[in-house]
Design a protein around this ligand. Structure first.
Ligand code: HEC
Ligand code: HEC
Ligand code: HEC
Ligand code: HEC
Length: 419
């Protein structure tokens, strides 16, 4: 994603929209993280890329990161660049026939990433992206686990050594940091034809969380039951999800089915337009504009209306309550899937032509549990067996959610056109 940061069509559309709506005020602000070379070389603005050299189009690339000689802090890209023949990196003993080398402790620390992986609104200082701050406040920073340990080694959720050489004539080392820098983006990687990074993003999402479904062991047909589903952020060093969290969406898709295959309960399905069931709880942040209305446009954001994401190593529990129809067949299976997508389909349809891109929903984790009916197996009637789907008619479903914030407001872009 670093190499795509400037050509990413999602970023391109949004930054051009921001530029038009703010008369260019956001141009160098956005580009400083997405194409730092484009900004320091004066090729941005314009933001449409028409004045850009090839190297600026390469986004966050090798020579940028390795000419960072220092940092003035965290957030909004306060890097200090010293372009030229010296390359800064993590080894104190490296020598190259092509360029001079300088050791940089900064490159081995999360503070290097924190320059760009914290973004604050440049006028009102609202935290728009806070991955570094979330990591800093959480358990991993206290244990000394850096961003690099999970994002630049084969380990995904912890450091895993990758012995090798950094250059063909260099010494063999105990560890060479990989540069995949994979997050959860299986959407743009796929659009840009990069199946390797798409598959790695899916693998990473599938390492991030664990799910447990806890249904009452036994119940009777006709009874109202409560099922607890817990989601634990077991693998991410920051909140789940993190980054561009006014766009990212994580939610549970839950079904209860009886032994005849009749669906007794459903929450979290996608409709034909790709909208998430409005009764489902979506884990993300909702930004508010000057009037306190929800907005997905970071440049007009003045507040955070809600944030129900899951802290590192913490668990969120959702309670789902429904009534088992009297004619349901024993046993009832409750299955839950944790879903993630990079953006709401409605926003991508709005930014691009409708139907141009399908935002994939990635299955991060799944779990299930059974409800057995006492010993009284003949509760169910032959009629139900001969009439598929009949059981569902008896359903009285109700969703109760017991996580900290109940969030039902939808995105500004989903309901009104703002252009
Ligand atoms: C996002 C910034 C970033 C980009 C882009 C980047 N690097 Fe690195 N690179 C790093 C960091 C950070 C380390 C050190 C990680 C550590 O020690 O914790 C590193 C380490 C290295 C090393 C030392 C060996 C190793 O991998 O541990 C070499 C050589 C290197 N990078 C070359 C490159 C080349 C070539 C490219 C482009 C293909 C590149 N880097 C792109 C940040 C970057
Ligand atoms: C110059 C700013 C900059 C620095 C420094 C930087 N990043 Fe990034 N990073 C970005 C941008 C911009 C993107 C998003 C590109 C996009 O989505 O189009 C990104 C994307 C990522 C992603 C992929 C996210 C996804 O959704 O899949 C990961 C993971 C990541 N960075 C990790 C790191 C780590 C770890 C470091 C430190 C070694 C680091 N970055 C340093 C700017 C930076
Ligand atoms: C303990 C391992 C671990 C550490 C430490 C860690 N991450 Fe992650 N990161 C993950 C996992 C797993 C995911 C995938 C789940 C998700 O999207 O949150 C992820 C996702 C991401 C994403 C993509 C988020 C999205 O949904 O768009 C970014 C960006 C990112 N990490 C940056 C960082 C930065 C920057 C740091 C350090 C401040 C860091 N990570 C520290 C494991 C880690
Ligand atoms: C301080 C650095 C920084 C600034 C400033 C910044 N971004 Fe980003 N942007 C990032 C990082 C880091 C990511 C990746 C986070 C993640 O994966 O969730 C990102 C991701 C994105 C994405 C998601 C791309 C995708 O493929 O999913 C969009 C869209 C985006 N930025 C738009 C903008 C716009 C528009 C602006 C200016 C108003 C802006 N950014 C300013 C660092 C920055």
């Amino acid at each position: 994603m670093h190499s795509f940061a400037e050509v990413d069509p999602f970023y391109k559309k949004e930054s051009e929209m921001a530029s038009i709506e703010t008369d260019g005020l956001t141009d160098t602000y956005c580009a400083r993280c997405h194409t730092p070379i484009g900004v320091v070389s004066g090729e941005i603005p314009p933001v449409d890329g028409s004045g850009e050299s090839d190297i600026a189009k390469r986004g966050v690339q090798c020579d940028f990161c390795h000419t960072v000689s220092g940092s003035a802090g965290i957030g909004n890209a306060p890097f200090i660049l010293t372009p030229g023949n010296i390359k800064w990196g993590p080894f104190a003993d490296s020598s190259s026939p092509y360029h001079k080398t300088e050791f940089s402790d900064l490159h081995t620390k999360a503070e290097f990433c924190g320059m760009c992986h914290d973004a604050n609104h440049p006028i009102n200082d609202l935290p728009l992206e806070a991955t570094y701050t979330e990591w800093k406040a959480g358990p991993y920073s206290k244990e000394g686990v850096q961003c690099q340990d999970c994002h630049m080694t084969p380990g995904v959720t912890q450091f895993e050594a990758n012995p090798g050489k950094a250059a063909s004539m260099g010494p063999k080392r105990n560890h060479i940091y990989t540069h995949y820098a994979v997050g959860g983006n299986a959407f743009i990687t796929d659009i840009l034809g990069d199946k390797t990074h798409r598959d790695m993003a899916i693998e990473r999402l599938q390492s991030a969380a664990t799910l447990v479904v806890d249904a009452p062991g036994s119940a009777e047909a006709g009874e109202t039951v409560t099922v607890d589903v817990s989601i634990t952020n077991s693998g991410a060093g920051h909140m789940l999800p993190t980054g561009l969290t006014e766009m990212r969406q994580m939610w549970l898709d839950i079904t209860a089915t009886d032994a005849n295959g009749n669906q007794l309960y459903r929450s979290g399905a996608l409709d034909a337009d790709g909208n998430i069931d409005p009764d489902a709880l979506v884990y993300h942040t909702v930004l508010g504009d000057a009037d306190g209305n929800p907005t997905a446009k970071v440049w007009v954001a003045e507040s955070i209306l809600s944030d129900n994401r899951i802290l590192p190593r913490e668990t969120a529990v959702e309670e789902h309550t429904f009534t088992i129809p009297v004619d349901a067949k024993d046993p009832v299976t409750i299955s839950a899937k944790l879903q993630y997508r990079s953006a709401p389909q409605a926003i991508i349809d709005y930014l691009f032509d409708e139907g141009k891109y399908d935002v994939p929903a990635i299955n991060m984790a799944q779990a299930s549990d059974l409800i057995d009916f006492g010993s009284d197996d003949d509760m169910q009637t032959p009629q139900a067996e001969s009439t598929p789907g009949f059981g569902a008619l008896g359903l009285v479903g109700m969703l109760v959610v017991s996580v900290s914030i109940i969030q039902r407001k939808r995105y500004g872009w989903q309901t009104k056109k703002l252009k």
